[in-house]
Design a protein around this ligand. Structure first.
Ligand code: BJW
Ligand code: ZN
Length: 245
């Protein structure tokens, strides 16, 4: 039996599926990845680890807004690809009693493809969050000249609603991820370099709880050795094949 057939067989028998995604699933939509292919993202000469850090929000909030406005504009010009669509169709078909997408991506492409149960582990590029009271605001409704956007509840300054280095993952996302990891029969890990904690521990927790773990990635990752199967290739080509019944 080929590797992909083994995975299809497991999927056929699965009632609960966890799909953990990273930047690679959006690569074929035109959204740049952070790492992979030997390089790391840089903007205006600064590595993204510096730009996307809690420290930068404290030191230079206007620059943080420029960086996220630039990226949001790019994301809005992109469309979900066959990989996002295959995941959404698998959920909407009802063939799994439970299908949870946990995405490290902030781009909103899973939702635009039609996925309903999506946990945004690292937040969303499409919302702003008040630094004083935590209130959220849809950025599409804010004039681009209003930077930082003002909170509609307390008038405090707002920041992008994303999880930066050194910040905590939202507690509800951690709880949903833990439940999905402990309850899934198959865990599909798509397009992530698996170097960022704590997202990179989700597939390991799934494995410890007996799940069949499948990686979809053109490159080897630190997770590869802990996977039951690694499918080498692009998500937009492999996912539709994988979910074909
Ligand atoms: C394809 C493909 C195709 C390509 N098809 N595949 C030492 C110092 C300081 C901190 C730490 C430390 N050690 C550990 C930490 C903790 C830190 C961390 O993990 N750092 C490591 C990098 C070392 N983590 C955190 O800080 C987290 N919080 C935390 O731990 O809280 C507790 C704490 C508090 C205080 C102090 C310490 C701990 C928060 C992490 C938040 C991550 N945020 C970012 C930025 C979000 C906003 C933004 O977008 O700017 O999230 S970082 C960035 O990496 C982004 C991504 O979601 C995340 C993961 O990246 P991902 O998705 O894996 O993408 P890539 O680009 O890495 O990989 C793409 C993959 O796709 C590659 O493998 C390709 O091969 C593949 N691919 N084309 C399929 N077509
Ligand atoms: Zn507020």
């Amino acid at each position: 039996m080929s590797e992909i057939q083994r995975c299809r067989d497991r999927l056929r028998k699965a009632s609960s599926l966890l799909v953990l995604t990273g930047a690679g699933i959006s690569a074929e939509s035109g959204v740049p990845t952070f790492r992979g292919g030997g390089g790391a993202a840089v903007w205006r000469g600064m590595p993204f680890e510096v730009l996307s850090s809690a420290r930068m929000v404290e030191e230079d909030l206007p620059l943080v807004w420029e960086w996220f406005d630039y990226r949001r504009e790019k994301v809005l010009a992109c469309e979900p690809n066959a990989g996002h669509i295959a995941v959404a169709e698998a959920e909407l078909s009802g063939r799994f009693a439970s299908l949870t997408v946990i995405t490290q991506n902030i781009d909103g492409l899973h939702q635009r493809a039609g996925s309903r149960k999506v946990v945004e582990y690292h937040g969303s590029i499409h919302t702003a969050r008040c630094l004083d009271c935590g209130e959220l605001r849809d950025i599409a409704s804010v004039d681009v000249a209003e930077r930082p956007p003002g909170c509609l509840k307390c008038a405090g300054p707002m920041r992008p609603n994303v999880v930066l280095f050194g910040e905590m993952i939202p507690l509800d996302a951690i709880a949903t991820a833990r439940d999905a990891a402990t309850g899934c029969d198959v865990c599909l890990v798509v397009g992530t370099s698996a170097v960022v904690y704590p997202a990179n521990e989700i597939p390991l927790a799934a494995r410890r709880n007996g799940a069949f773990v499948v990686e979809v990635n053109p490159e080897e990752t630190p997770l590869t050795a802990s996977c039951d199967v690694s499918l080498r290739g692009n998500a937009a080509a492999i996912l539709p094949e994988l979910f074909r019944e």
